[in-house]
Design a protein around this ligand. Structure first.
Ligand code: AMP
Ligand code: GLY
Length: 423
């Protein structure tokens, strides 16, 4: 008998988690809360608030769940895993104190520095004069960040010193980010391609997953506004197993030791956002959860049992787990609502998902979709679908993903055309 798993969340990342878990021999049942139309094909979905710890814990007990897998950061920050631990329900994800590694940039920086991990030089302060003086210490472009969670809008990268000063004042004086901007981090600009590297942690030990590249800007050629991510691929040429093993020693294990030393051992997913600079990889940030849409390529690439791996994280046994990978590569293209990341319509009918999904090697993950009472699919978010394909290499995976994109349509649909191009 396999385990009964509850996936918390309802985006493309959670659909990918549920889908991979549904193929894991160690898992027998997938339920989700609140889920989405993709997850609804895998098992029961429950319309509760995923960031309500009590509601999640009660549901897990009622449904006799063996393992709760938390996808997004909001439930982690709200203490869903703390509540589950109190009731002795195994959960994948950090407690609220651990999720601070994502929720506070200043805290993350302190941990990086204490662990000796390579990162950008920085000054963190709530004092306007100190922040303004700090800018003088760095060369352009200047990086000014609100300390707390600011819905992805808290980072300003400025070519001009006056703009950077204005960014400091926006946060500290004009308080445009509210409390999230009560402190700012002024830091050195890291130049180079970004990589996402995921570690599955159990408090002491970590298993690293295949590196992925995400495309954060809305438009081709990295133009337009920052988004949650418009596409991804894995593996990343030139960033192989030996590099991953080195970063495990250089970043992940020292950070886990530092967090344990401070009395909050870290369990769950530790996401390192890295920049491949001329002098080697340096840490941009940590997140306390799987990346979206990187998860939609990393998990189809994973050959071994995801359910065992997440269970091992929840129960402190990752050192016993070995992960294996498929040959070839995976690419995903995000189909977004017209206007995203700005305002957009919802409730727009979607065509062609079934035909795209039926193509060889293709998997369409639901990110922001819903069904109406007649069962018809429509848009329900900014990022709507993640069209994902496996191929013999990145070029082949990309071609298959874009082929599948042609089957899908909805009014205003937008996507990048250069995901995984020229790799
Ligand atoms: P964050 O909210 O910290 O993930 O930052 C959002 C985006 O801003 C990152 O994905 C980078 O593209 C960019 N960014 C943030 N900090 C830096 C930095 N120190 N150097 C270069 N780019 C940065
Ligand atoms: N794709 C970037 C993130 O999940 O934060």
């Amino acid at each position: 008998m396999g385990r009964r798993v509850l996936v918390v969340g309802g985006g493309g990342r959670e659909h990918a988690l549920g889908w991979r878990l549904s193929t894991s021999p160690s898992v027998s049942v997938i339920e989700s809360a609140p889920g989405n139309p993709g997850l609804a094909e895998l098992g029961p979905v429950h319309a509760i608030d995923p960031a309500d710890p009590e509601a999640v814990a009660v549901l897990a007990e009622e449904r006799d769940i063996d393992l709760v897998v938390v996808g997004p950061e909001a439930p982690l920050v709200a203490g869903v895993v703390d509540q589950l631990q109190q009731r002795e329900i195994p959960a994948f994800g950090p407690v609220a104190a651990g999720a601070r590694i994502e929720g506070s940039k200043q805290f993350a920086k302190e941990i990086m520095v204490a662990a000796g991990a390579p990162t950008a030089g920085y000054v963190a302060t709530g004092d306007r004069e100190v922040a303004q003086a700090a800018l003088e210490r760095f060369a352009p472009p200047y990086v000014v960040k609100a300390d707390g969670l600011a819905a992805g809008k808290g980072v300003r990268i400025c070519d001009d010193l006056d703009d950077a000063r204005d960014a400091v004042d926006d946060a500290l004086v004009r308080r445009v980010f509210g409390e999230a901007g009560a402190n700012v981090v002024v830091e050195e600009f890291l130049d180079g391609p970004e990589r996402s590297l995921f570690g599955v942690c159990d408090g002491e030990d970590v298993v690293l997953l295949a590196p992925a590249q995400d495309y954060k800007r809305a438009l081709d050629g990295d133009g337009g506004l920052n988004t949650g991510g418009m596409g991804a691929y894995t593996p990343v040429p030139g960033f192989g197993l030996a590099d991953v093993a080195r970063l495990r020693e250089l970043i992940f294990l020292p950070v886990l030791r530092e967090l344990a030393r401070r009395g909050s051992p870290y369990r769950g997913l530790l996401y390192a956002g890295l920049v491949e600079t001329a002098t080697g990889p340096r840490l941009l940030e940590f997140n306390a959860r799987f990346g979206d849409p990187e998860t939609q390529v990393v998990l189809p690439h994973l050959a071994s049992d995801l359910g065992e791996l997440l269970w091992a994280s929840a129960t402190g046994t990752v050192r016993d787990v070995e992960v294996t990978w498929h040959e070839g590569a995976v690419a995903t293209v995000v189909l977004a609502s017209g206007g995203y990341p700005g305002p957009y319509d919802t409730g727009v009918p979607i065509d062609g998902v079934g035909a795209a999904d039926a193509l060889d090697g293709v998997q369409v993950f639901h990110a922001g979709t819903a069904r109406d009472t007649s069962g018809a699919l429509h848009t329900a978010g900014g990022r709507v679908l993640d069209v994902t394909a496996r191929g013999v290499d990145v070029t082949d995976a990309r071609a298959r993903a874009y082929d599948a994109v042609r089957y899908i349509s909805f009014d205003g649909m937008q996507h990048r055309t250069d995901i995984a191009a020229g790799i």
